[in-house]
Design a protein around this ligand. Structure first.
Ligand code: CP3
Length: 358
């Protein structure tokens, strides 16, 4: 069993708890992904994206790929938020160029009544096996982040049957048949709590909940259909493992002023997308929570000199203090040259110590 002293770099875990750190830690959402040629090669070997997720040795390999290239301060489990609907038997496929497809969407009370909470040690065992393997192969170099989707965000895929532009079906269900939607969200919440706790037991050292689509809701609906369930998740996940706090990060893309309400939840950190200034986010949130973000992912299309300027701007917008984890405001795009990601990481490590001096 690993003990806290085995971790060589805990800057990320400390920053998430607003504890003193010598520099701002950095990782990237989707850091293992298609912008890396070595990822594309492993994915081709796996045959499909789902096969890659379900083969622990390959999931471990791609998790470690960005760490072999860049001095990142955290690793993130390679998996997907749609493993839960997959484990619930809804039939998941990833069509090339089309994104995810759910073959048996959930659209009414009868569909909801057929659903059960998957056992994370059975149907999702491959994820736990990947976590154990990654922890072993990391040798304590940096902490490992586990994750899940928010119930609302996962429900959008379950109800729409895939990605959506207007969320017409799930919003129709929300306004016409809220009881059925709450039934689905309740099951997804129970599944997510068990899933995250199993990831923590298997060795993840922080967890992040991705609420990619929370901001398509009105503020009132956001509270009722997304925030409420994230609150249940933070209340239900383990706080401690291996003698350390397991920080919980909540990320609603497009949250804006709703960050003030998210800040009332019992989590350690909030993700911030690029559309909100970190100085403003800090005002809304106060010093109770760490903030993670928020470089516009499109900055990485620019040349390294410009990337450095924009990194400096993000660091300055957070300003002095310890509770900042540098990240992109959303996932890295597949067409980004890896050297540009390297320039961003280097700039964060070189420019941030001034914000952590006394
Ligand atoms: O951050 C990481 O490096 C960890 C891996 C990770 C993936 N998906 C791998 C992935 C994480 C954290 C996710 C989360 C996820 N998955 C979210 C929430 C975060 C976000 O990006 O908003 C969502 C909405 C999904 C659902 C999903 N998975 C979609 C819509 C797609 C297709 C769109 C696309 O980018 O192609 C995926 C596929 C997916 N998940 C890929 C990766 C690397 C690309 C698959 C491939 O190799 O073709």
């Amino acid at each position: 069993m690993n003990t806290p002293s085995n971790l060589q770099n805990d800057v990320f875990l400390r920053a998430l708890q607003c504890q003193p750190v010598p520099y701002t830690p950095v990782w990237m959402m989707r850091q293992a992904g298609r912008y890396l040629p070595e990822y594309r090669a492993t994915r081709a070997r796996a045959g499909s994206f789902l096969q890659l997720c379900q083969t622990p040795e390959l999931a471990c390999e791609v998790t470690l790929q960005p760490l072999a290239r860049f001095p990142l301060d955290a690793a993130i489990l390679f998996s997907d938020i749609l493993t839960i609907p997959h484990a619930m038997g809804l039939g998941l496929q990833f069509e090339t160029g089309e994104g995810p497809v759910i073959q048996r969407p959930v659209r009414n009370a009868a569909d909801v009544s057929k659903l059960g909470v998957p056992d994370p040690h059975q149907e999702l065992r491959y994820v736990m096996d990947a976590v154990s393997l990654i922890r072993r192969e990391l040798h304590g170099r940096v902490p490992l982040i586990g994750f899940a989707g928010s119930p609302w965000t996962v429900a959008t895929y379950c109800v729409e049957g895939g990605s959506s532009r207007d969320f017409a079906r799930i919003k129709g269900m929300m306004y016409d048949d809220p009881a059925s939607l709450h039934g689905l969200l309740h099951i997804l919440t129970q599944a997510t709590i068990q899933y995250l706790n199993a990831q923590i037991e298997a060795g993840v050292q922080a967890v992040m909940v991705f609420d990619t689509w929370g901001s398509v809701l009105t503020p009132a609906c956001y509270r009722e259909f997304s925030l409420q369930y994230m609150e249940q998740i933070v209340a239900g996940t383990k706080r401690q493992a291996e003698g350390r706090t397991v920080p919980r990060i909540l990320f609603t893309k497009g949250a804006g002023p709703l960050l003030a309400e998210m800040a009332k939840l019992d989590c350690e950190a909030l993700g911030v997308d690029w559309m909100t200034d970190l100085a403003q986010a800090r005002q809304w949130v106060g010093d109770r929570k760490a903030l993670q973000g928020n470089l516009d992912p499109c900055v990485l299309y620019a040349q390294p000199g410009r990337i450095r300027e924009e990194v400096a701007r993000v660091l300055a917008s957070f300003g002095h203090g310890h509770g900042h984890v540098f990240n992109l405001g959303h996932g890295i795009h597949p067409a980004i040259p890896p050297e540009h990601a390297a320039a961003m990481i280097q700039a964060v490590h070189e420019l941030s110590p001034q914000y952590h001096s006394l």
